[in-house]
Design a protein around this ligand. Structure first.
Ligand SMILES: NC(=O)c1ccc[n+]([C@@H]2O[C@H](COP(=O)([O-])OP(=O)(O)OC[C@H]3O[C@@H](n4cnc5c(N)ncnc54)[C@H](O)[C@@H]3O)[C@@H](O)[C@H]2O)c1
Length: 311
């Protein structure tokens, strides 16, 4: 089924979502305050068409991307709105008040926000509009990463959650709904725990930054591309599964104490220096391409669609 979708904000995330939605057959209206929006839209449309041709898709399977110049015209016919404007807790509620006033009365109003909960974004809205506001938090780039965290506020209706899940699935994503709002949602909380541990190991002189990366890539990263935390524990605990894992290893893991952590510039100086020495002062395009190639190969090996020629 093809939907009318509004993408509000065409930065890193909005452009990637616009591409994904159009490539998935939806008709997309894009709004941004940037001066080069027309060029952005033309180039996205060309990318979508080229990718579809490369995958031998029929023209009828493709959606379209067009430009809108006001919030009202962007959302007027939208069944689904994906807001990806700046991460500003003052601006998002105002933008959503404008979106809710102009969108159809049954449109789903989603935000890509990484940190601002739907309850805060919907706080100026009527109960009916607030029931349709939800976080649809992607991992970057959303056209490649299958996960979208769907995070309802207490006021969000169950129907909104179901419709948001269905919509993201229609775009080939693998959305997961959280039961309730929590700061950082789930993906970034997990990432944050690992980031802090990695920094403290390097700051404490236990290992160098590139060697820590090698440890991750060649052990946990590889495992986690196949199974998640709990499935890994269950498979790794012998006949007793996760219970065996906790019996044999889990309790001694739990006794591992924390190392000191200093996130100030001074504390991080050695980490910064090691990372820049290993990977160059600026992140390299070649590095990003190698990352995307490897991620695409993993997706393909898992039978998950990996589209897009450019990331
Ligand atoms: N970058 C990431 O890795 C990432 C990952 C997940 C979620 N997010 C979330 O996605 C959202 C967008 O992040 P981003 O990295 O794409 O930011 P970005 O700065 O690249 O893009 C924001 C875009 O919004 C536009 N904009 C500003 N005011 C606007 C307005 N009033 N109406 C319409 N457009 C407006 C800007 O011109 C810009 O193009 C944020 O909420 C962020 O938390 C980002």
């Amino acid at each position: 089924m093809s939907f009318s979708v509004a993408v509000i904000g065409a930065g890193t995330i909005g452009r990637s979502f616009a591409w994904l939605f159009a490539r998935s057959g939806h008709s997309v209206r894009v709004l941004d305050t940037r001066g080069d929006l027309a060029e952005v839209v033309t180039s996205l449309q060309a990318d979508v068409s080229a990718d579809a041709a490369a995958h031998n898709m029929l023209a009828s399977e493709l959606g379209s991307i067009s430009l809108a110049d006001t919030v009202e015209s962007a959302v007027a016919d939208a069944a689904f709105v994906q807001e990806s404007g700046p991460e500003d807790p003052q601006a998002k509620p105002q933008l959503f008040a404008q979106i809710a006033a102009a969108a159809p009365a049954d449109a789903i109003l989603a935000t890509s926000s990484s940190t601002i909960p739907a309850s805060l974004i919907a706080r100026h809205l009527t109960t009916d509009a607030a029931a349709r506001v939800i976080v649809g938090h992607p991992f970057n780039p959303p056209h490649l990463m299958p996960l979208v965290e769907v995070v309802p506020a207490p006021a969000t209706s169950p129907d909104t959650v179901e419709r948001a899940l269905d919509f993201y699935r229609s775009c080939g994503r693998e959305p997961v709904a959280l039961n309730r709002e929590v700061r950082g949602f789930v993906g970034n909380r997990l990432q944050n725990a690992l980031m802090k541990e990695a920094i403290s190991l390097v700051e404490s002189g236990v290992i160098s930054a590139p060697d820590l990366d090698a440890v991750m890539k060649n052990s946990l990263g590889l495992r986690w591309s196949a199974v998640g935390q709990f499935e890994a524990m269950h498979l790794g605990g012998g006949d007793a599964g996760i219970r065996g894992f906790m019996d044999h290893i889990g309790s001694s893991f739990a006794q591992i104490g924390e190392l000191p952590l200093d996130l100030s510039d001074a504390g991080m100086a050695e980490v910064f220096a090691q990372v820049e020495r290993a990977y160059g002062e600026k992140p390299s395009e070649a590095g990003a391409e190698a990352r995307d190639r490897a991620q695409r190969a993993v997706l393909e090996s898992r039978g998950q669609e990996s589209t897009h020629s450019e990331d």
